[in-house]
Design a protein around this ligand. Structure first.
Ligand code: GLC
Length: 706
């Protein structure tokens, strides 16, 4: 630091794109000069070890202080090998698989020269209209926190010393904060919520990721309660560094310092740069305002040199932790890159994660599993699309590595037993293919219709006002239903959809999200019972958009639905209150029964613990897995309390007929929340405790917290 000029310090606070995704490995004059002059200390979107080495060489050999570059990239759910979208992975409720997915992603990215991913996205969301709900872990702070921890450990390793490993990369907790709650579900829109909801629901996953060791955070585009995150000192300094003791650095999201002028909190570029720097933003992604204005702002005393030094120290510390000062080329190893990109073991892991992410939403009339040799007609554009399997945030993912659902069904069941007819596009109103699909279906024993969204209708800047299956896909499903053959719907989507029509028409519905490179194989294995589906919804599926926002941790209100009064209570005239499929819901090819809960006591002392035990039995004919979920409810509080809150889960495997006891240990700290005076802690009183295979069908017990 003592050696550095102010210009060189500010250069470390700058992150520019290499434009590789648009232009390939050009050496675009502009930012190459910036690197050479020490005005750009960090690059994103560069790919391949060779290109990274080229850029790193400029920084290390041609700048005065030879400070190595950070290389960031959106490794969201895989690098070359693509895993299911994060919402799909969340549906696995399997933390070791989620960690493994992040580890494989980190390995492939690091082998390509990268040392920083812009993940995990930890934004809680109850907004199916919002396209980026696909990128998160759903609606729940407890599940979201466990997943955030798993992803950070997967990317960085379990200890900060692991960051120096050439196959781990720096994680980036995003989008801090509360980006997942935009008004009306419209991306980048205003976020406004009480501090209590922010602290009890939206903050915990970010905090968990930081506690797990994440060493970078990305500020979000949105304002929170009137103050844009990119200049929000309460978020970036008071909470992040004060309360959470975050020691890493904060980078903005793309160009969001410039956007402070659109938000209307900065009149000039210089004001925007000053607001961000003084709020605690360390690095400017792409706006150029730090490069253009910080030096002058320091001269004017608007931004102190200490602020600059603090930011630069945080960034350099991470570069040291990554081992870049020991060997700036440690991530550039073309042989390792060739060996690891798309390695067979990685594809196998992607298939395993995909299988565990699939959620069986309905299965009647023995529609599933399919029997080998059955005559199938497969219908739908998505059945024949490798590209859509990868989802919209595949970034470096290569759809040429993916096999379609149709290909995999034919490989498994024999081409002679699988007729394909596109039927209709996933979007649009063209019904021209209906007759051909109906004709093909007449020769089949069963109909497998793959419907859903175009993957680019999910993700960033992809909000929808209508969350039904797009186009005329369901219209075709209705016509196919008239053939009186079993209809299996395979659903590819990146958000909760309104499936009220499909739920009535289909005999079976398998939610597959966008399942990644090996999604076709995973779906085939589940459809034919090679793997018994075990996924559970990480987010509520509403009956219709009119119910949104709808989530399981709702409040009882003063007029709960169970009141005897037929009219004056919290309800709709035209729709039940409950969702179509609740949080935590998912079926299996087998069935599970739960014993009543046995509690080790009925009084939980303030420094004690309680054990809650159930016996779960596989009462069906095939082996399976069950996610046993624990919820609690505080009956009376200094403020109103949710009717349920997830406090634990345990995914267990049970052979047909096998029983296992599952015990949860309940401790007072699990019951803490932000009380009426906004202090964080517990309150004595009566509690209910629930255990079950989803948030609705549960066994119940009671205890008192002293
Ligand atoms: C995008 C996204 C963010 C991503 C960044 C870099 O706009 O909001 O999630 O990491 O820019 O690509």
């Amino acid at each position: 630091m003592k050696l550095m000029t102010l210009d060189e310090k500010i250069g470390q606070m700058v992150l520019y794109t290499s434009d590789w995704d648009l232009t390939g490995p050009t050496m675009r004059a502009g930012y190459i000069d910036d690197i050479r002059k020490g005005n750009c200390g960090n690059v994103f979107n560069a790919q391949t070890a060779a290109y990274v080495r080229k850029l790193q060489k400029i920084a290390v050999e041609e700048t005065r202080l030879h400070i190595p570059l950070l290389f960031g990239y959106d490794v969201i759910h895989g690098y070359k090998t693509t895993f299911p979208i994060p919402l799909g992975e969340a549906a696995s409720w399997d933390m070791s698989l989620i960690e493994q997915s992040a580890r494989v992603s980190a390995t492939e990215a690091a082998a390509a020269g990268l040392n920083w991913t812009f993940a995990p996205m930890c934004d809680i969301s109850v907004e199916p209209r919002w396209g980026r709900v696909s990128e998160g872990a759903g609606e729940d702070p407890f599940l979201g926190s466990r997943i955030a921890e798993a992803r950070v450990h997967g990317f960085q390793g379990k200890n900060l010393s692991d960051l120096a490993d050439t196959l781990t990369i720096l994680a980036c907790v995003k989008h801090y904060a509360a980006y997942g709650a935009p008004v009306a579900g419209r991306d980048y829109n205003t976020v406004d919520m009480s501090e209590r909801v922010f602290r009890d629901v939206y903050l915990p996953p970010y905090a968990a990721a930081i506690k797990a060791g994440a060493m970078s955070v990305m500020s979000s585009f949105n304002e929170l309660n009137g103050m844009p995150a990119t200049c929000n000192k309460w978020l970036m300094t008071d909470i992040l560094r004060g309360e959470l003791s975050f020691k890493g650095f904060v980078v903005t999201d793309y160009n969001s310092i410039q956007e402070l002028m659109n938000h209307g909190v900065a009149a000039t570029e210089s004001d925007a740069a000053a607001l961000s720097a003084n709020a605690g933003i360390d690095m400017d992604m792409q706006s150029t305002y730090y490069q253009k204005h910080l030096k002058e702002l320091v001269k004017q005393g608007v931004v102190s040199e200490k602020t600059i030094d603090d930011a630069v120290r945080r960034i350099l510390r991470v570069k040291f932790m990554l081992g870049l000062f020991d060997d700036p080329y440690r991530y550039c190893n073309e042989a390792r890159e060739k060996r690891l990109e798309g390695a067979p073991a990685h594809l196998e892991a992607a298939c395993e994660v995909a299988k565990h992410s699939l959620v069986l939403l309905k299965n009647e009339n023995n529609a599933l599993p399919l029997k080998k040799g059955e005559k199938l007609v497969v219908i739908g554009e998505l059945a024949n699309s490798a590209n859509n399997l990868l989802g919209s945030w595949r970034a470096a993912g290569d759809s040429k590595m993916a096999t379609t659902i149709l290909d995999e069904l034919r490989t498994y069941n024999g081409s002679q037993n699988v007729i394909y007819s596109e039927g209709c596009k996933k979007m649009g109103e063209d019904r021209g293919g209906f007759n051909a699909a109906l004709a093909a279906a007449r020769h089949a024993d069963k109909i497998v219709m793959v419907i859903g969204e175009d993957c680019d209708w999910t993700g960033e800047a992809a909000s929808r006002t209508d969350i039904r299956v797009p186009g005329v896909q369901t219209e075709l499903l209705e016509k196919l239903k008239t053939l009186n053959k079993p209809v299996v719907v395979v659903l590819m989507n990146g958000r909760p959809l309104d499936l009220s029509r499909e739920d009535k028409l289909a005999d079976a519905i398998l939610e597959v999200w966008f399942p990644g490179t090996k999604g076709g194989k995973a779906i085939t294995d589940v459809l034919f019972g090679e793997y018994n589906p075990s996924g559970k919804l990480p987010i509520t599926f509403p009956r219709c958009l009119g119910q949104v926002p709808i989530y399981y941790y709702t409040k009882n209100t003063g007029r709960p639905i169970y009141l005897s009064d037929p009219k004056y209570k919290s309800r709709y005239l035209d729709c039940p209150n409950d969702p179509l499929y609740p949080f935590g819901y998912g079926l299996s090819y087998t069935t599970f029964s739960y014993s009543n809960i046995s509690l080790s006591g009925t009084a939980l002392k303030s420094h004690g613990s309680l054990k809650a035990t159930v016996t779960v039995t596989n009462t069906g004919k095939c082996d399976g897995e069950e996610v046993v979920q624990l919820y609690t409810r505080q009956l009376v509080g200094s403020v109103t309390r949710p009717v349920k809150e997830l406090k634990g889960f345990n995914k267990i495997a049970l052979k047909a007929g096998e029983s296992k006891t599952v015990t949860f240990t309940v401790t007072p700290d699990m019951l803490a929340f932000h009380r009426a005076d906004m202090s964080y802690g517990t309150e004595p009183g009566k509690f209910q405790l629930f255990i079950g295979g989803n948030s609705r069908d549960v066994k119940q017990a009671s205890f008192t917290l002293n």
